[in-house]
Design a protein around this ligand. Structure first.
Ligand SMILES: Nc1ncnc2c1ncn2[C@@H]1O[C@H](COP(=O)(O)OP(=O)(O)OP(=O)(O)O)[C@@H](O)[C@H]1O
Ligand SMILES: [Mg+2]
Length: 274
Protein backbone atom coordinates (compact mmCIF):
# COMPACT_ATOMS: atom_id res chain seq x y z
CA UNK A 1 0.00 0.00 0.00
CA UNK A 2 1.11 3.53 -0.73
CA UNK A 3 2.68 4.89 2.48
CA UNK A 4 1.04 8.21 1.97
CA UNK A 5 -2.44 6.69 2.30
CA UNK A 6 -3.65 6.70 5.90
CA UNK A 7 -7.27 5.61 5.35
CA UNK A 8 -8.62 3.29 2.71
CA UNK A 9 -12.34 2.56 2.60
CA UNK A 10 -13.46 -0.23 0.26
CA UNK A 11 -17.12 -0.81 -0.56
CA UNK A 12 -18.26 0.06 2.94
CA UNK A 13 -21.84 -0.72 3.82
CA UNK A 14 -23.54 -0.36 7.18
CA UNK A 15 -26.99 -1.42 8.36
CA UNK A 16 -28.63 -0.55 11.64
CA UNK A 17 -30.79 -3.29 13.02
CA UNK A 18 -34.09 -1.80 14.01
CA UNK A 19 -36.73 -3.37 16.23
CA UNK A 20 -37.87 -6.93 15.55
CA UNK A 21 -41.43 -7.06 14.27
CA UNK A 22 -43.97 -9.85 14.54
CA UNK A 23 -46.27 -10.18 11.52
CA UNK A 24 -49.85 -11.50 11.42
CA UNK A 25 -48.56 -15.04 10.84
CA UNK A 26 -46.67 -14.71 14.11
CA UNK A 27 -43.32 -14.70 12.34
CA UNK A 28 -40.58 -12.43 13.61
CA UNK A 29 -38.99 -10.22 10.99
CA UNK A 30 -36.02 -7.99 11.51
CA UNK A 31 -36.06 -4.49 10.04
CA UNK A 32 -32.80 -3.01 8.80
CA UNK A 33 -31.93 0.56 8.01
CA UNK A 34 -29.27 0.79 5.35
CA UNK A 35 -27.22 3.79 6.48
CA UNK A 36 -24.21 3.38 4.15
CA UNK A 37 -23.83 1.61 0.81
CA UNK A 38 -20.89 1.14 -1.52
CA UNK A 39 -18.74 3.83 0.08
CA UNK A 40 -15.15 3.86 -1.20
CA UNK A 41 -12.44 6.49 -0.88
CA UNK A 42 -8.86 6.97 0.26
CA UNK A 43 -7.36 9.65 2.44
CA UNK A 44 -3.77 10.82 2.23
CA UNK A 45 -1.78 11.40 5.40
CA UNK A 46 -2.29 14.98 6.57
CA UNK A 47 -5.34 15.55 4.37
CA UNK A 48 -8.29 17.60 5.63
CA UNK A 49 -11.76 16.60 4.44
CA UNK A 50 -15.31 17.79 5.08
CA UNK A 51 -18.22 15.39 4.86
CA UNK A 52 -21.50 17.10 4.17
CA UNK A 53 -25.02 15.94 3.36
CA UNK A 54 -28.58 16.33 4.61
CA UNK A 55 -29.90 14.91 7.89
CA UNK A 56 -29.78 11.14 7.88
CA UNK A 57 -27.31 10.99 4.97
CA UNK A 58 -24.94 8.76 6.95
CA UNK A 59 -22.23 11.25 7.98
CA UNK A 60 -22.07 10.24 11.64
CA UNK A 61 -22.34 6.57 10.72
CA UNK A 62 -19.38 6.94 8.37
CA UNK A 63 -17.23 8.65 11.00
CA UNK A 64 -18.18 6.03 13.62
CA UNK A 65 -17.14 3.29 11.20
CA UNK A 66 -13.82 4.98 10.41
CA UNK A 67 -13.08 5.16 14.13
CA UNK A 68 -14.04 1.53 14.72
CA UNK A 69 -16.92 2.60 16.95
CA UNK A 70 -19.60 0.72 15.04
CA UNK A 71 -20.80 -2.88 15.25
CA UNK A 72 -18.61 -5.09 13.08
CA UNK A 73 -21.49 -7.49 12.39
CA UNK A 74 -23.52 -4.71 10.75
CA UNK A 75 -20.69 -3.69 8.47
CA UNK A 76 -19.74 -4.91 5.00
CA UNK A 77 -16.65 -3.97 3.03
CA UNK A 78 -13.31 -3.03 4.54
CA UNK A 79 -11.60 -0.08 6.19
CA UNK A 80 -7.83 0.13 6.55
CA UNK A 81 -6.02 2.59 8.80
CA UNK A 82 -2.30 2.82 8.01
CA UNK A 83 -2.67 -0.45 6.11
CA UNK A 84 -4.25 -2.29 9.07
CA UNK A 85 -7.80 -3.51 8.64
CA UNK A 86 -10.30 -2.36 11.28
CA UNK A 87 -11.68 -5.38 13.07
CA UNK A 88 -12.39 -6.37 16.65
CA UNK A 89 -8.83 -7.61 17.07
CA UNK A 90 -7.02 -4.53 15.73
CA UNK A 91 -9.26 -1.80 16.99
CA UNK A 92 -7.62 -1.43 20.42
CA UNK A 93 -4.26 -0.70 18.81
CA UNK A 94 -5.79 1.59 16.22
CA UNK A 95 -7.75 3.65 18.74
CA UNK A 96 -4.68 5.37 20.10
CA UNK A 97 -4.12 6.90 16.67
CA UNK A 98 -7.68 8.22 16.58
CA UNK A 99 -9.41 11.12 18.29
CA UNK A 100 -13.18 11.21 17.95
CA UNK A 101 -15.57 14.00 18.85
CA UNK A 102 -19.19 12.86 18.96
CA UNK A 103 -21.99 14.91 17.48
CA UNK A 104 -23.55 15.05 20.96
CA UNK A 105 -20.93 15.87 23.63
CA UNK A 106 -23.17 14.19 26.22
CA UNK A 107 -22.07 10.90 24.64
CA UNK A 108 -18.46 11.78 25.36
CA UNK A 109 -18.22 13.40 28.79
CA UNK A 110 -18.80 11.08 31.70
CA UNK A 111 -16.52 12.22 34.52
CA UNK A 112 -17.44 14.37 37.51
CA UNK A 113 -14.96 17.10 36.59
CA UNK A 114 -13.72 18.60 33.35
CA UNK A 115 -10.17 17.82 34.50
CA UNK A 116 -10.91 14.09 34.79
CA UNK A 117 -12.60 13.99 31.39
CA UNK A 118 -9.65 15.64 29.63
CA UNK A 119 -7.06 13.64 31.61
CA UNK A 120 -8.78 10.29 30.97
CA UNK A 121 -7.74 9.77 27.34
CA UNK A 122 -4.26 11.13 28.00
CA UNK A 123 -3.59 8.83 30.99
CA UNK A 124 -5.00 5.84 29.11
CA UNK A 125 -2.77 6.60 26.15
CA UNK A 126 0.36 7.00 28.29
CA UNK A 127 -0.40 3.84 30.27
CA UNK A 128 -0.80 1.88 27.06
CA UNK A 129 2.61 3.12 25.90
CA UNK A 130 4.07 2.30 29.36
CA UNK A 131 5.07 5.97 29.53
CA UNK A 132 5.92 6.93 33.15
CA UNK A 133 4.38 10.38 32.63
CA UNK A 134 1.01 8.66 33.25
CA UNK A 135 1.88 8.97 36.96
CA UNK A 136 3.37 12.46 36.68
CA UNK A 137 0.63 14.66 38.17
CA UNK A 138 2.35 17.91 37.12
CA UNK A 139 2.68 16.74 33.51
CA UNK A 140 -0.95 15.65 33.39
CA UNK A 141 -2.09 18.94 34.93
CA UNK A 142 -0.03 20.98 32.46
CA UNK A 143 -1.23 18.98 29.43
CA UNK A 144 -4.88 19.22 30.52
CA UNK A 145 -4.56 23.03 30.92
CA UNK A 146 -2.85 23.34 27.54
CA UNK A 147 -5.55 21.25 25.84
CA UNK A 148 -8.29 23.39 27.38
CA UNK A 149 -6.43 26.61 26.49
CA UNK A 150 -6.24 25.40 22.87
CA UNK A 151 -10.05 25.62 22.77
CA UNK A 152 -10.18 28.90 24.72
CA UNK A 153 -11.30 27.38 28.01
CA UNK A 154 -9.59 28.61 31.17
CA UNK A 155 -10.21 27.80 34.83
CA UNK A 156 -12.87 25.19 34.13
CA UNK A 157 -10.92 22.15 35.38
CA UNK A 158 -13.12 21.72 38.45
CA UNK A 159 -16.43 22.38 36.69
CA UNK A 160 -18.95 19.58 36.39
CA UNK A 161 -19.24 18.72 32.66
CA UNK A 162 -22.96 17.99 32.96
CA UNK A 163 -23.72 21.61 33.89
CA UNK A 164 -21.72 23.27 31.11
CA UNK A 165 -23.53 24.75 28.12
CA UNK A 166 -23.74 22.61 24.97
CA UNK A 167 -21.07 24.74 23.26
CA UNK A 168 -18.77 24.52 26.29
CA UNK A 169 -19.26 20.74 26.39
CA UNK A 170 -18.34 20.59 22.72
CA UNK A 171 -15.12 22.48 23.44
CA UNK A 172 -14.28 20.18 26.37
CA UNK A 173 -14.90 17.17 24.11
CA UNK A 174 -12.43 18.66 21.63
CA UNK A 175 -9.89 19.19 24.41
CA UNK A 176 -10.24 15.53 25.47
CA UNK A 177 -8.99 14.39 22.07
CA UNK A 178 -6.34 17.10 21.66
CA UNK A 179 -4.74 16.03 24.97
CA UNK A 180 -3.16 12.82 23.63
CA UNK A 181 -2.32 14.18 20.19
CA UNK A 182 -3.76 11.44 17.97
CA UNK A 183 -2.69 11.22 14.32
CA UNK A 184 -6.24 11.19 13.07
CA UNK A 185 -9.11 13.39 14.14
CA UNK A 186 -12.74 12.63 13.32
CA UNK A 187 -14.97 15.50 14.39
CA UNK A 188 -18.74 15.26 14.14
CA UNK A 189 -20.35 18.70 13.89
CA UNK A 190 -17.42 20.33 15.67
CA UNK A 191 -18.75 23.89 15.47
CA UNK A 192 -22.38 23.28 16.42
CA UNK A 193 -23.43 25.76 19.13
CA UNK A 194 -20.09 27.55 19.18
CA UNK A 195 -20.31 31.33 19.36
CA UNK A 196 -18.70 33.24 16.45
CA UNK A 197 -15.45 33.89 18.32
CA UNK A 198 -15.01 30.30 19.44
CA UNK A 199 -16.01 29.07 16.00
CA UNK A 200 -13.36 31.23 14.30
CA UNK A 201 -10.59 30.28 16.71
CA UNK A 202 -11.58 26.63 16.48
CA UNK A 203 -11.36 26.75 12.66
CA UNK A 204 -7.93 28.39 12.93
CA UNK A 205 -6.86 25.69 15.39
CA UNK A 206 -7.87 22.70 13.25
CA UNK A 207 -6.58 24.27 10.06
CA UNK A 208 -3.20 24.66 11.72
CA UNK A 209 -2.94 21.09 13.04
CA UNK A 210 -0.63 18.89 11.01
CA UNK A 211 -2.93 15.91 11.25
CA UNK A 212 -5.37 14.03 9.11
CA UNK A 213 -8.74 15.53 10.00
CA UNK A 214 -12.19 14.57 8.78
CA UNK A 215 -15.18 16.59 9.90
CA UNK A 216 -18.88 15.99 9.34
CA UNK A 217 -20.79 19.23 9.23
CA UNK A 218 -23.88 21.16 8.19
CA UNK A 219 -21.81 24.33 8.39
CA UNK A 220 -20.91 24.72 4.73
CA UNK A 221 -18.99 27.91 5.43
CA UNK A 222 -16.81 25.85 7.75
CA UNK A 223 -16.31 23.24 5.02
CA UNK A 224 -15.35 26.00 2.59
CA UNK A 225 -12.81 27.48 4.97
CA UNK A 226 -11.49 24.23 6.38
CA UNK A 227 -10.83 21.78 3.58
CA UNK A 228 -9.87 21.65 -0.08
CA UNK A 229 -11.70 18.34 -0.40
CA UNK A 230 -15.36 17.63 0.31
CA UNK A 231 -17.25 14.37 0.26
CA UNK A 232 -21.02 14.66 -0.11
CA UNK A 233 -23.23 11.86 1.11
CA UNK A 234 -26.87 11.41 0.30
CA UNK A 235 -28.92 8.42 1.39
CA UNK A 236 -25.79 6.59 2.48
CA UNK A 237 -23.93 6.93 -0.81
CA UNK A 238 -21.12 9.19 -1.95
CA UNK A 239 -22.53 11.52 -4.58
CA UNK A 240 -19.51 13.80 -4.79
CA UNK A 241 -15.85 13.57 -3.79
CA UNK A 242 -13.68 16.41 -4.97
CA UNK A 243 -12.88 20.10 -4.79
CA UNK A 244 -14.71 22.03 -2.07
CA UNK A 245 -14.35 25.28 -3.97
CA UNK A 246 -16.01 23.84 -7.09
CA UNK A 247 -18.93 22.13 -5.45
CA UNK A 248 -19.94 24.66 -2.79
CA UNK A 249 -20.73 27.30 -5.42
CA UNK A 250 -22.94 24.91 -7.41
CA UNK A 251 -26.36 26.04 -6.20
CA UNK A 252 -28.35 23.67 -8.40
CA UNK A 253 -26.39 20.58 -7.37
CA UNK A 254 -26.57 21.54 -3.72
CA UNK A 255 -30.31 22.20 -3.82
CA UNK A 256 -30.96 18.96 -5.66
CA UNK A 257 -29.34 17.23 -2.70
CA UNK A 258 -31.18 19.10 0.06
CA UNK A 259 -28.23 21.42 0.69
CA UNK A 260 -27.82 25.17 0.22
CA UNK A 261 -25.07 27.58 -0.69
CA UNK A 262 -22.73 28.60 2.11
CA UNK A 263 -23.96 31.82 3.76
CA UNK A 264 -21.00 33.75 2.35
CA UNK A 265 -22.35 33.23 -1.20
CA UNK A 266 -25.96 34.02 -0.51
CA UNK A 267 -25.93 37.66 -1.52
CA UNK A 268 -27.03 39.11 -4.85
CA UNK A 269 -30.17 37.06 -5.29
CA UNK A 270 -28.51 33.87 -4.07
CA UNK A 271 -25.98 33.96 -6.88
CA UNK A 272 -22.54 32.69 -6.08
CA UNK A 273 -19.85 35.27 -6.73
CA UNK A 274 -16.24 34.54 -6.07
N1 LIG B 1 -28.66 3.78 16.30
C1 LIG B 1 -29.42 3.79 15.21
N2 LIG B 1 -30.40 2.87 15.02
C2 LIG B 1 -31.14 2.85 13.91
N3 LIG B 1 -30.98 3.70 12.88
C3 LIG B 1 -30.03 4.63 13.00
C4 LIG B 1 -29.20 4.73 14.17
N4 LIG B 1 -28.33 5.76 14.01
C5 LIG B 1 -28.61 6.28 12.80
N5 LIG B 1 -29.62 5.60 12.20
C6 LIG B 1 -30.18 5.88 10.86
O1 LIG B 1 -29.13 5.82 9.90
C7 LIG B 1 -29.23 6.89 8.97
C8 LIG B 1 -27.95 7.69 8.96
O2 LIG B 1 -27.83 8.35 10.21
P1 LIG B 1 -26.61 9.29 10.57
O3 LIG B 1 -26.78 9.66 12.00
O4 LIG B 1 -25.35 8.66 10.17
O5 LIG B 1 -26.90 10.54 9.63
P2 LIG B 1 -26.21 11.97 9.60
O6 LIG B 1 -25.87 12.25 8.18
O7 LIG B 1 -25.14 12.03 10.59
O8 LIG B 1 -27.42 12.91 10.01
P3 LIG B 1 -27.43 14.31 10.84
O9 LIG B 1 -27.08 15.36 9.85
O10 LIG B 1 -28.84 14.44 11.28
O11 LIG B 1 -26.45 14.21 11.97
C9 LIG B 1 -30.46 7.68 9.38
O12 LIG B 1 -31.53 7.32 8.56
C10 LIG B 1 -30.71 7.31 10.80
O13 LIG B 1 -32.07 7.33 11.11
MG1 LIG C 1 -24.82 13.14 12.28
Amino acid sequence: MNNNVIIEVKNLGYKYIQADRVNNRNETTRAYKEALADVSFTVARGEKISIIGPNGAGKSTLLLNLAGLSEEKNRSGEIFISGKIINEKNIYDLREKIGFVFQDPNDQLFSTTVFDDVAFGLINYLNKKKDPRAQDKEFIKKTVSESLAAVNLYGVENSIPHFLSFGEKKLVALATVLSYKPELLFLDEPTSNLDPKNRESFIELIKGLEKTIIIATHDLDLAYEFSDRTIILNKGRIIFDGSTKNILIDKDFLEANSLALPLMFRNNKDKAEI
